[in-house]
Design a protein around this ligand. Structure first.
Ligand SMILES: *Cc1c(COP(=O)(O)O)cnc(C)c1O
Length: 356
């Protein structure tokens, strides 16, 4: 007999991308930022480490709330700080969805949503994106408690534009959670929707555009009533002292963010164009990765394996119907050139891979 609840016994956990800890690997598989964070972050962490670790952190991360509010042009009461936006996604799911409740998201998207819903023993309602990753009409589900929209979406890198998301916000039942993990790399964002929509919850993270995946710092922006409800669900001390100090410093250095993002966007164009010249279909990306269609499933697998043998990691996730696709994070120009060279060698040898 199992110790676990039936739904936990039945479910599959989230499988994170490979995180090899050895040096010398070109890591283009989990959308980390290839550039270092603001130097002000390290200084702030050092200072914070020197004092106060004996004491619990301030429960609401008030300094981070204030700084984030300043950056987002809102008030601190509309911001909640989390131990990564993954934690905030968990808090939201726990707060809104119980056994049997409907939680909606498009397919394919961030795989964690399904795991969180399964833990709640809530009901997953997956609706397929359009061929071009446009929003499907049936994303509006009667009685939904939560609708997740990863925007820009992973793994596709595509974006649903704010005017369309605004219409969606008015039509969905329950909360509309807009996961903007990659939005700093995009041409637009949905932050302003919070003002008119009490059901809209925006999620941001310092993991991607601020180069702080190792720090675990996420931000949630919503109307005060929503934030106050989520506070009841969160752990008291969910954000540690070092992360708080780092987050304030990172958010304060908007110049660093801008330069970082500009570099990534430039390399993203270069990467997309180079792959297209090699014959691949590359989806238009608004994120720090590109989603690439290969000739077929075998070709996608071969490209992944070949690069892996040369210590270059990309992602080949078997999304149903997209088994011929790989996802490649934007690295430094040098990393991307190394990868492109390795890929063209394979294509020459086998005449496989691209061919579209
Ligand atoms: C990376 C990512 C997150 C996780 O962010 P953390 O702040 O590192 O937990 C959330 N959502 C999506 C879509 C992501 O890609």
């Amino acid at each position: 007999m199992s110790l676990f609840r039936d739904n936990i016994e039945r479910m599959e956990g989230y499988v994170p991308g490979e995180q090899p800890q050895d040096e010398g690997i070109i890591k283009l598989n989990t959308n980390e930022n290839p550039f270092p964070p603001s130097p002000k972050v390290l200084a702030a962490v050092k200072e914070a480490a020197g004092t106060g670790l004996r004491l619990y952190p301030e429960p609401m991360a008030t300094e981070v709330r204030k700084k984030a509010a300043e950056v987002f042009g809102t008030c601190p009461e509309r911001v909640l700080v989390g131990n990564g936006s993954d934690e905030l996604l968990g808090i939201i799911t726990r707060a809104f969805a119980g056994p049997g409740d409907k939680v909606v998201f498009p397919y394919p998207t961030y795989l964690l949503y399904k795991v969180l819903v399964d833990i709640q023993d809530a009901r997953v309602v997956e609706v397929n994106f359009g061929e071009d990753f446009s929003l499907p009409e049936d994303i509006v589900v009667e009685g939904a408690k939560v609708t997740f929209l990863c925007n820009p979406n992973s793994p596709s890198g595509t974006m649903v534009w704010p005017d369309e998301v605004a219409r969606l916000a008015k039509r969905v039942d329950g909360a509309l959670v807009i996961d903007e993990a990659y939005v700093d790399f995009a041409d637009a964002n949905c932050l302003s929707l919070v003002e008119d929509n009490p059901n809209v919850i925006i999620l941001r993270t310092l993991s991607k555009s601020y180069s702080l995946a190792g720090l675990r710092l996420g931000l949630c922006i919503a109307q005060e009533e929503v934030i106050n409800g989520l506070i009841r669900v969160k752990d008291s001390y969910n954000v540690n002292r070092l992360s708080m100090a780092a987050a304030v410093a990172a958010l304060d250095d908007q110049q660093h963010l801008k330069e970082n993002v500009n570099k990534i966007r430039e390399i993203r164009s270069y990467l997309s164009e180079s792959l297209r010249e090699m014959g691949f279909f590359v989806y238009p990306s608004q994120a720090n990765f590109v989603f690439v269609r290969c000739k077929d499933v075998t070709a996608a697998g071969e490209i992944y394996e070949l690069l892996r043998r040369q210590n270059i990691l990309i992602r080949h996730i078997n999304y149903r119907g997209l088994e011929d696709c790989v996802r490649i994070s934007v690295g430094t120009k040098a990393e991307i050139d190394t990868m492109l060279d390795a890929m063209s060698e394979l294509l020459c040898e086998t005449e496989k891979g691209a061919g579209k």
